[in-house]
Structures are given as C-alpha cells and as structure tokens.
Write a protein that binds this ligand. Sequence first.
Ligand SMILES: [Zn+2]
Length: 263
Amino acid sequence: MKTKLMLVLLSAGICWQVHADEIRLPKCQIEDAVETPITFFISESVIKHFDTFVIEGHIQRWLNFSNKALKNSCVPMLRTLDKIVYAPEILGEESEEFEVVHSFLEYYYPGEIERLNSDKAKFYGLVFKKDISQFTSDWCGETMSSVYPQFFTIGLTCVDSVLEHELGHLAWANHDMETLSDQTDGMPFDLSNQVPLSVQSKYKKHSYGYICGGKGTIMAYADETHPFYSSPDISYGDIVCGNAHYADNARVLREHALSLRGK
Ligand SMILES: [Zn+2]
C-alpha cells in the first residue's frame, strides 16, 4: 500500500515536471517569409585553427537555430546562407576592433561590401575565433546598429543562439531589462536618448528581452536560452515569456520583416 502511494506521488511529480518544461507557442500560419541572406567572412584566426567542414558546420548550426526561433516566434523571416568568404587578410587579432574590421572588409572586399549594402535584407558578419584576448570570456558577438545596420561579428564556437541574438540587435531588439539596467547605469528605459537622432525612432518601448523559468529569450542574458524571442503569446510551463508593453521582441522582429518586405 505504502509502495503504491509512493508510486502515485512519483508519477504525479513526473507529470508536473513535464508540464513545467512545456513551451506553449502561438498558432500562426507563416506565409511569404522574407529571406535574409547572410554572408560570413572567415578571419585568419579561424582559418588557421579549424577545417572548412567544421566552420561550415557551425554556420549551419546557427542558421538552423535561427530559423527554428523565428518560426516559434511567428516571425515571417528566413535566414539563409548567401556566401562564405575566406578572408585571411583579416587576422581576427587584438588590434582589430569592430570599426577597424569593417574598414578592412571595405578595403579588401569593396565589391562584396557594396553588393551587401545595396540590399537591406542582406546581412554579413566577420567570424572570429572566440577566445582571442581582446574580448572577455563571455564575448560572443557584437553589433553597432546605428552605424553598421547590416554587420555583426561572431565567435565561431559560441552557442547556437548567438547569430540570432546579433541579428536581433540589427532589427532593433534589445537585451532584458536587468541586463540593460547594468549596461546603462540604471537607465534601461531611455535607450533612444543614447543613440543618434536619425535612429531614435527605431527603439520601441516593447523591445526588451525577457527571462522566464530561469532561461532567457533570445535577447536576454542567461546561462540557457529559449528558442524564441520574448513574447506575451509564448509561455514556458505556467510562466508567460514576455509582456505586451515592454517585452515583445517577436513583434519587433515581425515589424522588421514587414519593413524589409517593403524595401
Ligand atoms: Zn546583445
């Protein structure tokens, strides 16, 4: 009898566990997704340490995650591989900061950069070896959307979600409130005041990431990442993973997709 009761309790516990981990996504019919072809420039720091098939495997891993996350978030957008350009001229070393590497790309690959910037839906990134000394150990990518709206850097061995996180920044999605509060000395609500006038209107009040059930949505800083953007329509167990007023990056990405469609 005692054993039976324990079994019942145990199975009840298991049921609860499954329920708590369940991701509930909105139902949506995605039609006519906007394609965003991505070109990856591979720096020398990566070329000399990794075989081609390993590099291409990491890129495919990022793209797969991105497309799953966009679909989960009801965003009509598709990340595709445009080109992989091996760029041994760019070392991926300490002296090469964000603006510097972009200048190198413009210098060595003027035709490519012009082709990429002629279409707003195209994005391009420079791939570094992750552990170069310039960056802190948690560095995995960077953007400067107000100056380079289609360009990002990324570390080859970073987690699956890092590509979509950087592309999220280029769609004007932002970190979670707590992270931004640290990054802005307690002023996370006034992001638009910190950028040039020409791009202030890009910052939307609903463009923050969110942490739910201990995991972050794509734009949040957390040890583990959910495969979706913050959204009041998505829940994890009983916890809603966003807020219509301040944490709806899925909407930010949908609006971005519409703006690209009307390019
Ligand atoms: Zn970020």
